[in-house]
Structure formats: C-alpha cells, structure tokens
Design a protein around this ligand. Structure first.
Ligand SMILES: Nc1ncnc2c1ncn2[C@@H]1O[C@H](COP(=O)(O)OP(=O)(O)OP(=O)(O)O)[C@@H](O)[C@H]1O
Ligand SMILES: CC(C)(CO)[C@@H](O)C(=O)[O-]
Ligand code: BAL
Length: 278
C-alpha cells in the first residue's frame, strides 16, 4: 500500500491505473479506523480494481473546536489495519493539498442539509461538501463508498456528485454495529465505561419506536415517548429523533413511502448519531 501526501502523486498513480483500463474506488475517512470503515473498504474492493482510502481530519467541517482538538488521530494504526485488505493507496494529504493559501470556495448543497445535523452543526455540511468535492476531483474515482451511519451526509454527497457532473457514483453501505447494537463510530472511544454501558439505549429505543409505528401507533406520540426513554436511560439530551422520507428527508406522518428514523443525542460530552429504516 502506497502512502501518498500530495495531489500530484495521487494524480500520477491514478493515470497509470486508468491507462490500463482499471476502475478506481475511493473511501473517504477521517481516520481512527474501525470495522465500519473496513466494511466500506470491502465493498470498494468488490466495486473496483483499485482502492484508495483517504484520511483527512477536515477542520472546515468541525463546528466545535473542542471536537476537532479531541478527534482521534491514529495514522500508523490505521495503515496497519488497512494492510490485509489489499488497499492500493492511502491518501493522507497535508492540509495545503486540500486548502492551499488563498482557498476561497465553499460548496453548499441546499435543502437536504438545512435540517437535522445541519441545524445542530452550523457550517458542518458545507465543510463536508467542500472537502468531498475536492477528494472526488483529486481522485477522479469511478465509485465512492459512504456509510449509512451518516445518512444525511450520504444523501448530500450523492446530490453534489450529480449536480456538479462529477462522474463518481456514490454507493451507500449498511451501518456496522457493536454486538449490543451501538453504531460503530470513531467517537465511541471517548465514552467512559459508564457512558458506554448506557450508549446502546439509543438504538434499542429507535427499534422499539419503529416497531410501534409499523404496528400503527401515532408516530409523534411514539417518538416523544422514545426520546423521554433515551434520556431516562442516561443520555443527557436527545437533540432530535425524527421520522423522515428516506430519499428527501422531508418530514413524513405515515409509512406510504420508505421512511427512516434519524436521531442525535449527547452522552456526556460525546455526540452520537444513528438512523434506521422503518
Ligand atoms: N458504523 C459504521 N458503519 C458503516 N459505515 C461507517 C460507520 N461509521 C462510519 N462509517 C462511514 O465511514 C466513513 C468515514 O467516517 P468517519 O471517518 O467520520 O468515521 P466515524 O466513525 O463516522 O467517525 P465520527 O466519530 O466522526 O462519526 C463515512 O462514510 C461514514 O459514514
Ligand atoms: C466524508 C468525510 C471523510 C469528509 O471529511 C467525513 O465527513 C466522514 O468521515 O464521514
Ligand atoms: N462522521 C461524519 C463526520 C463528522 O462527524 O464530522
């Protein structure tokens, strides 16, 4: 696996692959890799001949400076984790390769990003859209794998790729979970043992709520009661727990179209998100 720091080196490598008619996949990450990321790498291997994993902790998408400072950075371990997966290149650019002196462009996807995560993390999705546009254009990959764990992010990336005529197809991959149902996330390592024991309550209550709604209970009542249960289990605050159209994320009141439950909640100073199909 080659470790690449510059966009020029990435371009040279990609050109040699394209010259041989090989398909290229990219898996964008912020590092601190876990089994969720590795499932994206496995899907990328199925989709293409060559796989690039990117690691870049993107300052532009952190709305909270403490979160950026505390974000785990474990590049050596990450490279070791990737080694058995037959990844061709690890692209871990220096910041100037993404945001050179004078950088002044902002990519914003409207509509999809204004609510849910967008409402609670101002500026976050502009940062994601901007960096993902750059990673797509620098890698010129045929496909990119994104996790459903960050469902709103996956939809916005799909939208921007279509809107900007970027020829990178966005593939969504299912959320990988711990045995007790907690969605794997790089931020989970910041939970104390007590918080880690409480953490599965979020998914458990979402499952219970989804069952009740499928059986015909009134969604608003079910979701309000699920929020209260999550807080009773020990979460500090549920920021949102909503039922939305699975494609547009518009609010929905019934199950006439595929829908999704999406939630974000604070546990101590760690913010966890999750979503499930309903
Ligand atoms: N549990 C998971 N299952 C499937 N994909 C995942 C999972 N966790 C993260 N991903 C995906 O991996 C990619 C990189 O995500 P990222 O590096 O932010 O990891 P993360 O664990 O989501 O970290 P964070 O703590 O920032 O949420 C994204 O496409 C994300 O959706
Ligand atoms: C897509 C991404 C790598 C952009 O920085 C990030 O938001 C993430 O890790 O999900
Ligand atoms: N996993 C999405 C990136 C973020 O939370 O900043």
């Amino acid at each position: 696996m080659k470790i690449i720091r510059s966009k020029d080196a990435l371009r040279t490598l990609r050109r040699s692959w394209i010259f041989n008619g090989e398909r290229v996949a990219v898996v964008p990450t912020m590092g601190a890799l876990h089994a969720g990321h590795l499932s994206l790498v496995e899907e990328a291997k199925k989709q293409a001949d060559r796989v690039i994993v990117t690691i870049f902790v993107n300052p532009k998408q952190f709305n909270n400076p403490g979160d950026l400072d505390n974000y785990p950075r474990t590049e050596e371990d990450d490279a070791e984790k990737l080694a058995p997966y037959g990844v061709d290149a690890l692209y871990a650019p220096t910041p100037d390769q993404i945001y050179p002196e004078g950088f002044a462009t902002n990519v914003r996807v409207s509509g999809l990003t204004e609510d849910l995560e967008g409402a609670h993390r101002p500026g976050h999705f502009d940062g994601v859209a901007t960096v993902v546009s750059k990673l797509f254009l620098q890698s010129r990959a045929d496909v990119a794998c994104f996790g459903e764990k960050d469902y709103q992010q996956m939809l916005l990336v799909r939208r921007l790729s279509k809107d900007l005529d970027i020829e990178t197809e966005v593939i969504g991959c299912p959320t990988v979970r711990e045995e007790d149902g907690l969605a794997m996330s790089s931020r989970n390592v910041r939970l104390t043992p007590e918080e880690r024991a409480i953490a599965p309550a979020l998914k458990a209550e979402m499952d219970r709520a989804a069952d009740a709604i499928r059986r015909g209970a009134e969604p608003r009542v079910v979701l309000d009661s699920a929020k209260a249960q999550i807080e009773r289990a020990g979460y500090d605050a549920v920021e949102y727990l909503e039922m939305r159209d699975a494609e547009t994320l518009a609010p929905v009141k019934d199950l006439t179209r595929p829908a999704r439950l999406l939630a974000a909640a604070m546990l101590g100073d760690v913010r966890l998100i999750d979503n499930i199909a309903i």
